[in-house]
Design a protein around this ligand. Structure first.
Ligand code: ZN
Length: 106
């Protein structure tokens, strides 16, 4: 089961509902994780299991986007962990982006 998340920042940047992880049907081959493309100002959901096809993306479970150290609660989709606070905002470039767990999907 995947988790529906929303990202928002104090600067006003926010996303729509994002489908993190995978549903039942595609669990083996898909794990969507928020990511940023080099130079992009928008967060995108990218299948981390196909990471080799996205060399110019950095994922939010990596320290460069999640900040370090970051002791906030995590939203887990094993083995991926997303921090709920202190993530890099693609709009203002501060580590002030929050991710909230708003539901789940099959
Ligand atoms: Zn921001």
């Amino acid at each position: 089961m995947g988790t529906i998340i929303k990202a928002s920042c104090t600067c006003g940047y926010k996303t729509e509902e994002l489908y993190y992880g995978a549903g039942m049907a595609d669990h083996g081959s898909v794990c969507k994780v928020p990511a940023l493309r080099n130079g992009s100002s928008g967060l995108e959901m990218v299948n981390i299991k196909k990471k080799m096809f996205y060399p110019d993306y950095v994922f939010y479970n990596e320290n460069i986007l999640s900040g370090f150290p970051n002791n906030s609660r995590t939203i887990d989709f094993y083995p991926i962990k997303l921090h709920t606070e202190g993530n890099l905002c693609p709009a203002c470039k501060d580590y002030t982006l929050s991710m909230a767990d708003v539901g789940c999907f099959d």
